[in-house]
Write a protein that binds this ligand. Structure first.
Ligand code: SAM
Length: 375
């Protein structure tokens, strides 16, 4: 029945349920429809081919690592020579699956019975049962000494939504750090907004984005790079390793504006991108880099700037009208202006397009106009 629900339309739920109930018990039908909905949601993380073979719980889809990020992490573990990992807090198996596919044996631990059943079913459905051993336990009770590495992805959602305090994660970050310290190699998945000051000195911190969206940060232990900061951009993959540079000096807006990827910004590596493109900041507090030459980098989107003006709505409206701009992309950093409200006021119309940056230049509210720069 579940296989037949692959293309089911949520809008047709009642009709589908009525049809299925003619042949199946009502309870089974509602379980199948629930799973079909979860599979549809999971496609964005796992791709259709895997998502329609896997099983999920609502919280499990939400919290699972997307396949691209999990595969990147598994690759790094494999490069470290890791052959076995204790995946403490395995959830529905996003990471366990990627590790197994990298040829690594996994002990997948979760305290939820239902989640353990789901990860077991997923391992079997994907033909990875031989590499994934599932154990229902509290992570605190698991002896990880026989494993090459430990991976912890604590639950960061509670009854009242997302948890921001790392000590309120389950298990708390301090517990995960201690577990990492006892292992030869370890990785801890954490929220990308983690304050840099609470990162343990011996850890390497990596921020990961996929398709331009920052997904997570990872604290690596036992990689031989204590204190390192890096940003990895998927699908690339491109990894920028921080050189510990001081912030670049601010200066006037040049012909090009570079907008660093979110992972670069979170990793505090804007200075490294500025050095790559021979650029400077437009303001000491704003993560936009400017330069007079165009240099292609995967770590920042580049724009050719045509106008640099103090922020003025009347003036902007006039420009949009005179230049027949019908498509405006509004980006902002360090501005309180609401992009959608501004768009309504601008009433764009015409065949041309423009990117508008609402920001601060040397402290002054400014608007920069431009176009994506050809690489
Ligand atoms: C963020 S999810 C893991 C997601 C997983 N990495 C994936 O990609 O599917 C966290 C999981 O940790 C489990 N968990 C939380 N505290 C735990 C504990 N003390 N012992 C065992 N499991 C725990 C939760 O049941 C939940 O399934």
């Amino acid at each position: 029945m579940l296989a037949g629900l692959r293309d089911y339309e949520p809008g047709q739920e009642l009709a589908t349920a009525t049809r299925l109930r003619r042949e199946h018990p009502a309870e089974l039908v509602s379980a199948a429809l629930g799973m079909a909905r979860l599979r549809q949601r999971a496609v964005a993380k796992f791709g259709a081919e895997d998502a329609y073979r896997m099983y999920f719980t609502p919280g499990g889809v939400e919290q699972a690592t997307r396949a691209s990020v999990a595969a990147h992490r598994a690759r790094r573990f494999a490069e470290l020579g890791v052959r076995s990992v204790a995946d403490l807090c395995c959830g529905i198996g996003g990471d366990a699956i990627a590790l197994a596919r990298a040829g690594i044996s996994v002990l997948a631990v979760d305290r939820s019975e239902e989640t353990c059943e789901v990860v077991r079913a997923n391992a079997a459905a994907l033909g990875l049962g031989g590499l994934i051993e599932v154990r229902r336990a509290d992570v605190a009770d698991v002896d990880t000494s026989g494993y090459d590495a430990v991976f912890v992805d604590p639950a960061r959602r509670g009854g009242r939504g997302r948890i921001f305090d790392p000590e309120a994660y389950s298990p708390p970050l301090s517990w995960a750090v201690e577990a990492a310290r006892t292992a030869r190699h370890a990785a801890l998945k954490i929220a990308p907004g983690i304050p840099h000051e609470i990162i343990p000195a011996e850890a390497e911190a990596e921020w990961i984005s996929d398709g331009g969206d920052v997904k997570e940060a990872v604290l690596w232990f036992g990689t031989g790079a204590p204190g390192a900061r890096s940003a990895t951009l998927l699908p690339g993959p491109y990894t920028l390793l921080g050189a510990g540079l001081p912030d670049p000096e601010p200066g006037p807006v040049g012909r090009y504006l570079y907008e660093p990827d979110g992972a670069v910004i979170r990793a505090h590596l804007v200075a490294d991108v500025a050095r790559q493109v021979g650029g400077r900041l437009i303001d000491p507090t704003i993560a936009y880099v400017t330069a007079d030459k165009m240099r292609t980098t995967p770590y920042a989107a580049a724009y050719a700037i045509t106008d640099v003006l103090p922020f003025n709505l009347k003036k902007l409206k006039a420009i949009v009208r005179e230049r027949a701009i019908g498509v405006v992309v509004i980006k902002k950093r360090g501005s309180a202006v609401e992009p959608e409200e501004l768009r309504r006021k601008l009433k764009p119309s015409g065949p041309n397009s423009c990117v508008i940056f609402l920001t601060r230049v040397a402290g002054a509210p400014s608007m920069l106009l431009g176009q994506p720069a050809a690489g």
